[in-house]
Write a protein that binds this ligand. Structure first.
Ligand SMILES: Cc1cc2nc3c(=O)[nH]c(=O)nc-3n(C[C@H](O)[C@H](O)[C@H](O)COP(=O)(O)OP(=O)(O)OC[C@H]3O[C@@H](n4cnc5c(N)ncnc54)[C@H](O)[C@@H]3O)c2cc1C
Ligand code: FES
Length: 385
């Protein structure tokens, strides 16, 4: 707009006068520049330096690490969120996400509760090697697996498998500590009775808090066990949860359990909008996932050329990110489950397999971007990293 025509606007001169008065007598705001950014950084720091203040042995295979902040401050989180823990093991820099199992209403520490995965790289290290006083670093809390009062109602059913109890423990601790108006029925699947994590605390909280109902389902029970047996199936959900109308279902556990239980909820006609999911880690055997090419075996090795130069080897049966990390290439990562897009990487040549549930944007598919945390090589590849 030309300055002459601006002057035709009603009140223009008054506004100019007002601006001049503000410039002369108004509050000096330039000093406050950066304060908003400081606020954001306090709530969502790029990384947190942590120290282990306590190790709690929960079961034969599971331990809780209590983590305190080295600078005394931990960002707040929502019950159900996770942190991605960074560590260096035998010279390999890697990370794994762990849900926070402590309640968000206490701000002194984050608990992470780790179950040993057979032949796993990180979980045995955290359980066997990490001790009180050791340092770790992490991302700030993140993830979308938390209660939303607008959409989830007040009647919730939590379907947990094994280590998948951890985000639910945080939610149950918060609801019972704060006396929140929410009904929770936890249906918790474990292999044996002594595999149940937080067994006593769950029993205790459900005994004094009307909001919590507890059902265990055991797949390999002892002869003395008299509760529900087998896996969490359509039938056991129906029997234990009763009338499912209006209830919101949360599922958390290993990929195989999540697929099985999601199918059970579909069979019970629970609408997708009333089902929330958090999947723990990559499938144990990727070659058994739908769409995996029959000719490619888990142990097959492919050559990966990085930025047109260095070549590394990668096994088909393992997420590409692991092979990259072993060769010293660390790609930023948070979820390591194909959801957050942080590890987005361009493929110049060759094909990968990405299981269902990996959230690729349409543009990623069009321009050949992958999420190496959940991409498996099925041919020789060239990547831009
Ligand atoms: C959001 C989120 C929250 C989580 N929270 C928790 C939690 O609270 N507690 C918890 O215990 N876990 C949690 N996990 C899982 C956790 O992040 C790790 O995946 C888990 O601890 C296993 O890590 P690992 O390094 O021991 O196993 P990995 O080494 O990553 O192995 C995982 C699986 O892949 C297989 N595998 C590895 N290498 C190969 C190969 N070369 N060929 C074929 N197969 C291979 C292994 O046998 C194993 O079955 C969470 C995961 C996510 C995504
Ligand atoms: S780390 Fe989140 S998509 Fe790969």
């Amino acid at each position: 707009m030309k300055s002459n025509s601006k002057k035709q606007i009603e009140g223009y001169k008054d506004h100019i006068k007002e601006i001049e008065v503000f410039r002369k007598y108004g509050v000096e705001r330039t000093l406050e520049k950066g304060q908003v950014l400081d606020g954001i950084n306090a709530l969502h720091p790029k990384s947190i330096d942590l120290k282990v203040s306590r190790v709690i042995k929960e079961t034969l295979t599971t331990s809780t690490l209590r983590l305190v902040s080295k600078n005394g401050y931990l960002p707040p989180f929502q019950a159900g969120q996770y942190i991605n823990l960074f560590m260096e093991i035998n010279g390999i820099r890697t990370s794994r996400p762990y849900s926070i199992s402590s309640a968000p209403n206490q701000t002194g520490y984050y608990d992470v509760t780790v179950r040993r995965v057979k032949d796993g790289f990180v979980s045995p290290y955290l359980i066997d090697q990490i001790q009180v006083g050791n340092s770790l670093s992490s991302t700030s809390p993140t993830g979308n697996f938390y209660y939303n009062p607008l959409f989830h109602g007040k009647d919730l059913v939590f379907l947990a498998g094994g280590s998948g109890i951890t985000p639910f423990m945080s939610m149950i601790r918060e609801v019972t500590d704060r006396g929140l108006d929410r009904q929770i029925h936890l249906i918790y699947g474990s292999r044996k009775e002594d595999d149940i994590v937080f067994h006593e605390e769950l029993a205790d909280r459900s005994s004094y808090a009307d909001q919590i109902k507890l059902s265990h389902v055991i797949s390999e029970p002892s002869p003395e066990y008299s509760g529900a047996k087998g896996f969490i199936t359509k039938e056991s959900i129906q029997e234990l949860a009763g009338d499912i109308a209006q209830k919101t279902f949360y599922i958390c556990g290993p990929p195989e359990m999540s697929t099985f239980v999601s199918k059970a909820l579909q069979d019970l006609a629970v609408p997708g909008r009333r089902t929330r999911k958090e999947i723990f880690g990559p499938p144990v055997n990727i070659t058994q996932q739908p769409g995996w090419p029959e000719t490619v075996k888990s142990k097959d090795q492919f050559e990966i050329i990085l930025n047109g130069g260095k070549a590394i080897k990668a096994a088909a049966g393992e997420p590409l990110m692991n092979s990259l990390e072993r060769s010293g290439v660390v790609i930023p990562a948070t979820c390591r489950s194909g959801e957050c897009s942080l590890c987005r990487t361009k493929v110049l040549k060759g094909k990968v397999y990405q299981p269902q549930g990996v959230k690729l944007r349409k543009s990623d598919q069009k321009y050949n971007y992958i999420h190496p945390c959940m991409a498996y090589p099925i041919e020789d590849l060239e990547l831009l990293v």
